[in-house]
Design a protein around this ligand. Structure first.
Ligand code: NDP
Length: 382
């Protein structure tokens, strides 16, 4: 039996992780489950899985969590410090599925205990690329990419060497708006309605703007150091091929599968072995055809902005990520038009000099905070 903590247990990735644990209950002992504020779902999961501790990041919900867990023997905690402390408890596997840069502190705490981290929380790696990868090396931790594209690349690299890679291709579904003409009139409901994947609101909007692919480009750059110029993006609306690795002998390896996050999550949970999932066998004749396009960076500038931020390095990726988080929240609150998300991110990146390259977790968090303040000032001028 292995011990596991699920950070962001009430979200889309968190729930799908718990679904796999439920199906393989004899293999796992759940230690820590966390949420931001969804006490009801968190307490229900903590009781069902017999967690040792449940944490809400928003400490206004501590009393409600204590009440929901009364008599269960499960420890209740709240606040950002408690979240990091819980994430730092030694376990065999941590699934990092908090959304946004809010997950960075807990991911770092898990890295510092030297364990194995299944990383879905891409914003943490985008914001703190060098800092986080250096900490992984220093503490002997293992990062298993859980994002479906990066997990696909990771799988295609098994038995191969990064020195032999000629290129990496990240596939993108293109999102629900690829063929929608007027992007200024798009509603949050339309943006969230992803054609292939069932995900949380923020990543669904990121998929619609293509910022998701932009963030993934930066993520891939840190996970697979082949050089940015060797990482390509191809739109593949059917989302059957999750990404590809081309080797110098001309062989291209691809990972295929259903658009269900339980596949890459299972690959991480069982790594380096395999485990059963409830997936139906891949039926290529039923899929019929697979198509591929270049991304349209005129209509969806996010991948260009992300590539430029990755090339600039230093604080630029953290600034891009923070500005995007503010822009997406404003769009979901119906404060800005869909088409303004990328404009806002570009304005924040272009406004004055960027902060110095962050070298510690605290410096990354300061850059993040400053970029959020910049974005908010542009949105709501005094
Ligand atoms: P969801 O929005 O569905 O869930 C987010 C989780 O994080 C919830 O448990 C939420 O708690 C918690 N959370 C939110 N804000 C905070 C905060 N400030 N502090 C602590 N916890 C917080 O997100 P997803 O599951 O869709 O995505 C999670 C991560 O995985 C993201 O980084 C995303 O990019 C990545 N990812 C997701 C995929 C997917 O299919 N969903 C695919 C690939 C990557 P509460 O419920 O209380 O709000």
């Amino acid at each position: 039996m292995r011990t596991i903590s699920v950070l962001g247990a009430t979200g889309s990735v968190g729930e799908q992780t718990l679904d796999l644990i439920r199906r393989n209950a004899a293999d796992w002992k759940v230690e820590v489950l966390t949420a931001n504020s969804n006490v009801e779902k968190l307490a229900a999961a903590a009781r069902e899985f017999g967690a040792s501790v449940a944490v809400v990041a928003d400490d206004r919900h501590l009393a409600a969590l204590r009440e929901a867990l009364a008599g269960s023997g499960i420890e209740a905690a709240a606040g950002r410090r408690a979240l990091c402390e819980a994430a730092g408890r030694p376990v065999d596997m941590t699934v990092a599925a908090i959304v946004g840069c809010a997950g960075l502190g807990p991911v770092m705490a898990a890295v510092e205990q030297g364990g194995t981290i299944a990383l879905a929380n891409k914003e943490a790696l985008v914001s703190a690329g060098e800092v986080l990868t250096a900490a992984v090396t220093k503490h002997g931790a293992t990062l298993l990419p859980t994002d479906s594209e990066h997990n696909a690349i990771f799988q295609c690299l098994q038995g191969g060497s990064i020195e032999d890679v000629r290129s990496i291709t990240l596939t993108a579904s293109g999102g629900p708006l690829r063929t929608v003409e007027d992007l200024s009139a798009v509603t949050p409901e339309q943006a969230i309605a992803h054609p292939n994947w069932d995900m949380g609101a923020k990543i669904s909007v990121d998929s619609a703007t293509m910022f998701n692919k932009g963030l993934e480009l930066i993520e891939a750059h840190h996970l697979f150091p082949v050089g940015l110029d060797k990482i390509r993006i191809v739109v593949h609306p059917q989302s059957v091929i999750h990404s590809m690795v081309e080797y110098r002998d001309g062989s291209t390896l691809a990972q295929l599968g259903p658009s269900d996050m339980r596949v890459p999550i299972a690959s991480c949970l069982a790594w380096p072995k395999r485990m059963d999932t409830p997936m139906a066998p891949l039926d290529l004749p039923a899929i019929g055809e697979m198509t591929f396009f270049h991304p349209d960076e005129e209509r969806f500038p996010a991948t260009r902005l992300a590539r430029e931020a990755a090339e600039a390095g230093g604080a630029a990726p953290a600034v891009l990520n923070a500005a995007n988080e503010i822009a997406v929240a404003a769009f979901l609150d119906r404060k800005i038009a869909f088409s303004r998300i990328a404009i806002l991110v570009e304005s924040v990146l272009d406004q004055g000099e960027l902060p110095a390259a962050p070298r510690t977790l605290e410096e990354v968090l300061r850059v993040d905070e400053e970029a959020r303040a910049r974005a908010t000032r542009i949105l709501e001028p005094a």
